[in-house]
Design a protein around this ligand. Structure first.
Ligand SMILES: NC(=O)c1ccc[n+]([C@@H]2O[C@H](COP(=O)([O-])OP(=O)(O)OC[C@H]3O[C@@H](n4cnc5c(N)ncnc54)[C@H](OP(=O)(O)O)[C@@H]3O)[C@@H](O)[C@H]2O)c1
Length: 403
């Protein structure tokens, strides 16, 4: 306020902002969406977007704007028709959310009631290890999330928003091999939500774990199996929307909804266990391990509990037994990563022929490091290309390190 604006008739009251109660919009007044408002979902024609759209109007019709680059497919068109028949106005918009002009143009072409909510669920998944990540590949994964979030914010800046939800991923929370670009894109959404909140605007970024039956994670069954093997469980869609309701009724800027078994996670990612940010989960995993029995075969507890039972037994064994034990361990861990019965793994069959890809090789390397107590190069598996050759090398290294 300028000095000249202060008059005797207008007393100025100074108070500590921290003593004032926060004022924030209510996401769903009366526990449901406003019938006279519009809600915009980017990625709204995708699996999660469309499912959420159906959920959003379950308590009563409103106006939905579903946005994606392509026109709705046959199945999506049928589901949209069902929503329309139930009284919801559904507008579909074909545009790239990362293109600011296209987005504002497309929204301007519609005559809408005030937009009261945004869900930014547009995104793509394109796995690549850091070594194979290209600038184009990185930009392709970043753009819909990062530029998309900024463009949606700009396009709705003058709208009376009750909520602005960003669909982030658990990849941003704990990172996953091969998902550096995807993790970065989603971490941006988390920071974006915090930045909006600091400016007094509604925002919630949800770091979803992989969805069970629908969406881009479920499209690759093997991905789900591999994540489960590493302790990352799947989220059911009904459960997810209940969580989202609760989060919207709460006061969060970033929240995760991802079932995680910490023991399995540390088993597959021993490097995480050493990081300070994982301390509390690590303590939880250690506690579970301590109360466990020695007969547990589901996880390689050496990695979690640090007991090193396998390693101690290996070093104490006779040379001939050492080799057999190392071979058995390599086959066991390779079987776990490849989702094959260890007994069915041919000792002389190259890893590549067994189906090991670069992501799996990193996971196997991590597990071998934990079991054998060694630091191993990511290329070691390819250099000693079969389970037996690798086992012999690991046994030699373990014995050298101990002598
Ligand atoms: N499914 C999961 O398990 C999971 C887990 C964690 C987080 N998430 C996040 O949840 C969101 C939805 O995932 P989903 O499983 O529903 O994937 P989906 O079925 O592939 O839907 C994503 C939608 O985004 C649209 N899209 C992509 N790039 C776009 C762009 N530049 N502009 C406009 N639309 C764009 C796609 O349509 P077009 O290709 O036609 O544009 C697609 O319909 C994603 O952001 C994803 O990262 C999903």
């Amino acid at each position: 306020m300028s000095r000249s604006a202060i008059t005797d008739a207008e007393p100025v009251v100074l108070t500590d902002p921290d003593t004032l109660p926060g004022v924030r919009p209510v996401a769903r007044p009366d526990g449901r969406l406003r019938p006279d408002a519009a809600y915009l979902i980017s990625g709204g024609l995708g699996a999660l977007g469309l499912s959420l759209a159906e959920r959003m109007v379950a308590d009563g019709p409103t106006t939905l704007v579903l946005l994606g680059r392509s026109a709705p497919g046959e199945q999506a068109a049928g589901r949209i028709e069902t929503l329309r028949r139930a009284g919801t106005r559904v507008e579909t918009v074909s545009c790239d959310v990362s293109d600011a002009d296209a987005l504002t143009g497309a929204l301007k072409a519609l005559t809408l009631p005030p937009i009261h909510g945004v869900v930014h669920a547009a995104g793509i998944l394109q796995d690549a290890t850091i070594g194979t990540l290209t600038p184009d590949g990185l930009a392709r994964v970043l753009a819909p999330k990062t530029a998309g979030a900024r463009n949606l914010e700009a396009a709705t800046a003058d709208q009376p928003l009750d909520f602005f939800v960003l669909f982030s991923s658990a990849a941003a929370l704990f990172g996953l091999p091969g998902q550096a670009a995807y993790a970065a894109a989603n971490a941006y959404l988390d920071a974006f939500a915090q930045h909006r909140r600091r400016r007094g605007r509604p925002a919630l970024s949800v770091q979803w774990g992989p969805f069970a039956d629908i969406g881009l994670a479920a499209a690759d069954e093997l991905r789900g199996d591999r994540l489960a093997e590493r302790g990352v469980g799947a989220v059911g869609v009904e459960q997810a929307w209940q969580v989202l309701d609760a989060l919207l009724d709460g006061d969060h800027d970033v929240a995760a909804c991802a079932p995680l078994d910490p023991r399995r996670w540390f088993d597959a990612h021993p490097d995480s266990a050493a990081q300070g940010s994982w301390r509390r989960l690590r303590a939880l995993a250690d506690r579970d391990t301590d109360t466990d029995t020695d007969t547990d075969t589901d996880t390689d507890t050496d990695a979690v509990g640090g007991s090193g039972r396998f390693l101690a037994a290996l070093l104490a064994a006779e040379p001939a037994e050492q080799l057999a034990a190392a071979r058995a361990k390599v086959r066991e861990l390779a079987g776990r990563v490849l989702r094959l019965d260890p007994a069915a793994i041919d000792a002389d069959r190259p890893f590549k022929a067994l189906g090991l890809d670069s992501l799996m090789s990193l996971e196997l390397r991590n597990r071998l490091e934990a079991a054998f107590g060694l630091r191993l190069s990511p290329t070691l598996l390819w250099a000693f290309g079969t389970t037996d050759a690798l086992a012999a090398e690991l046994r030699t290294r373990v014995c050298d390190a101990a002598s």
